[in-house]
Design a protein around this ligand. Structure first.
Ligand code: KG4
Ligand code: ZN
Length: 341
């Protein structure tokens, strides 16, 4: 089966071509520079940029795969959750292609797709669906922080999520308080590498709570008060690095400990992680350490597949088509608030 997949839920325009479980091509055009000027994603600008970029990105993906539109067997797109106008661009374009070709169309939940990105490839390398194991999956991005029990392929249950800010949002907002540009997450990661994670003690919210929910707004607020009370720290590069390392350590400790605890409680032998924050080097290494200490296998999505991409949408869509899930009518609408159950 050769399938075209489109992802436009937020600020990446992405198109992938999938054939028989392999990603023939996956192109991602990021709008990060455009939104950086505004300190966050501007929904109207994101949608306009998708409109501008979608056709060239689709042409590039089809070209790189060496596949003509006429040879597609199915089309998939992200149906939700996401920014309404951004979702509309990719979803309606995908429906139009399916309509013109008289081929099946399938709408995919963006978060469900994140659950499978560590099985496309990743660390350790060469993951395949045939290696799939029941797992507890951490999805951690700028908009979401979720723990999901994936008991078998296409079967999952959300264990918990953030009750306020997402982990990526906490990185970005803490960085903004330190005067770092948006999105601050990658820069905090870089500066933290030169800092002392034990320099300042920030709270680890809900760490002692036995449930699987997260909370990061209190941590952000404590960074705000700390900087208000010690403004001179921001004049010195060394103390900024220490601050980055300390904030990062607090976020990572909460994510790692709660993920491992959920895996052990649910008797799975495997942990996976994806979403933009999974690019964080401390999160990757701490998850690695904690999993080996607890005899758990770990699959981390490859960095390029942690952030939003159409390859994960296409891979999941193909599995769903093979499992004969009901197809969507071509007048089906987007679901901007589609929460994973
Ligand atoms: O998944 P993603 O590209 O977009 C959505 O939010 O859906 O994730 C972006 C988030 C941002 O908050 C960004 O700061 C964070 O992921 N991020 C990181 C790193 N790379 C991206 N946070 C910490 N360390 C990183 N290396
Ligand atoms: Zn995402």
């Amino acid at each position: 089966m050769t399938l075209l997949a489109i992802e436009t839920s937020c600020d990446e325009t992405s198109v992938a071509v999938i054939r028989d479980g392999k990603v023939l091509s996956g192109i991602v055009s990021s709008q990060i520079k455009l939104h950086a000027e505004y300190g966050g994603v501007v929904p109207e600008l994101a949608a306009r940029e998708h409109l501008r970029n979608l056709i060239p990105v689709a042409q590039a993906a089809l070209g790189a795969a060496g596949v003509a539109v006429a040879h597609l067997d199915a089309v998939a797109a992200t149906q939700g959750p996401g920014l309404p106008n951004a979702l509309l661009v990719g979803f309606k374009a995908a429906q139009a292609v399916a309509f013109a070709l008289h081929k099946p169309f399938i709408g995919i939940n963006h978060h469900e797709a994140h659950l499978y990105s560590p099985w496309i490839s990743g660390e350790p390398p060469v993951a395949r669906f045939s290696e799939f194991q029941p797992n507890v999956s951490l999805i951690v991005s700028g908009g979401h922080t979720l723990l999901v029990l994936v008991s078998s392929e296409l079967k999952h249950r959300v264990l918990g999520g953030t009750i306020d800010d997402a982990a990526g949002e906490c990185f970005d907002k803490a960085g903004k308080l330190m005067g770092l540009p948006y999105p601050a997450g990658p820069l905090i990661d870089q500066l933290a590498g030169q800092g002392n994670p034990r320099a300042y003690d920030f709270p680890r919210p809900l760490l002692l709570d036995a449930g699987d929910d997260f909370s990061f707004s209190g941590l952000k607020t404590s960074v705000r008060y700390f900087i208000r009370d010690h403004p001179a720290l921001l004049n010195d590069r060394k103390t900024i690095c220490d601050l980055c390392a300390s904030v990062q350590a607090a976020i990572v400790e909460v994510l790692v400990i709660k993920t491992i605890r959920a895996a052990l409680r649910n008797n799975v032998r495997c942990v996976t992680a994806s979403g933009g924050v999974t690019c964080n080097s401390a999160l990757r290494s701490e998850l690695n350490l904690a999993c080996s200490r607890n005899h758990l296998a770990l699959r981390l999505a490859e960095k390029s597949l942690c952030t939003d991409n159409a390859a994960m949408i296409g891979i999941l869509a193909e599995r769903k088509l093979l499992a004969r899930v009901p197809l969507l009518p071509l007048d089906e609408e987007i679901k901007p608030g589609w929460a994973l159950a």
